[in-house]
Design a protein around this ligand. Sequence first.
Ligand SMILES: Nc1ncnc2c1ncn2[C@@H]1O[C@H](COP(=O)(O)OP(=O)(O)OP(=O)(O)O)[C@@H](O)[C@H]1O
Ligand SMILES: [Mg+2]
Length: 322
Amino acid sequence: MADYRNELIGTSPALDALRGLIDKVGRSPTRTVLIYGETGTGKGLVARMIHQASARAARDFVDINCAAIPASLLETELFGHEKGAFTGAVDRKLGLVEAANKGTVFLDEIREMDLTLQAKLLSLLDTQQFRRVGAVRPVSVDVRFIAASNKVLLSEVTSGRFREDLYYRLQVVAVNLPALRDRGDDVLTLARHFIARFNRAYGRSMRGMTQETEDIFLRYPWPGNVRELENLLERIFILEDDDEILPRHLPDRILRNVAGSATPAPPDGGGDYHAATEAFQRGLIGQALTRAEGNQQEAARVLGLSRHALRHQMIKLGLLKA
Ligand SMILES: Nc1ncnc2c1ncn2[C@@H]1O[C@H](COP(=O)(O)OP(=O)(O)OP(=O)(O)O)[C@@H](O)[C@H]1O
Ligand SMILES: [Mg+2]
């Protein structure tokens, strides 16, 4: 079996710290862990790693997305029910918590859990016992719960949608996943990792990213984090035939975003207003043209101008003969 530690790609200080934390939390006896992180930062992956780092590794890891199961079904999914507990309950059914005994239950998107079920979960955390729906007697289990949320739960507590006592209970061991934009060069390491993987999966021999593409990847804020990067690269593998990832393979939202953030800084000493503004415009257009490999239509698109307006500007700035 591959070592789970190799699954987490990245060498930034933020990721090194995360690896250390996963090991510590994994090996600790704690029965609750809370993982915070923006969408696509690897909450699912880290939950699995915590399980694998623990003494529970040989037992089950059960993954439940609280947002994907209707509230009415979530309780029986988790806790099971007795025969005749409600119409249609023709047999006893074991819940996932019981199935995961001695293992780990991953409660993804925990803030979607309703208040009644939160109370039942808290009681289970306190007593390590619960009742199947319709049962008289409690059942004892030894389960670690890893909960995940992409929003800070405290605001849900304030608005009354999340139980304060459960929040503090979960908060004891919290793992915060850094956003991809805060991981420095890791975005390039991850990109190379995904390129190698898609080369194998698609039987391709993509060599990598051009320097321009790398520069864009380093500047783009990646709101969808690692998943956004992974999906973007897969799309390029499917749609493009080149053997390098080029800026023109990237979607508008990315090119536009970095075009805006890559504006040259104004000269220090102030200087002539018109000369400085024109130098700024020249820099902006020059960059867009470089990235579009000289294609004016593409450069105009990135800058949010019509091709006509771009040519007009270029003539005005002396970049093009009328
Ligand atoms: N550091 C990493 N190294 C390698 N792959 C990663 C890393 N972080 C995330 N991934 C991959 O990125 C994808 C998204 O990760 P994951 O599904 O765990 O994110 P998430 O935080 O659970 O997102 P969401 O909140 O949208 O559910 C997965 O394919 C995962 O394997
Ligand atoms: Mg997830």
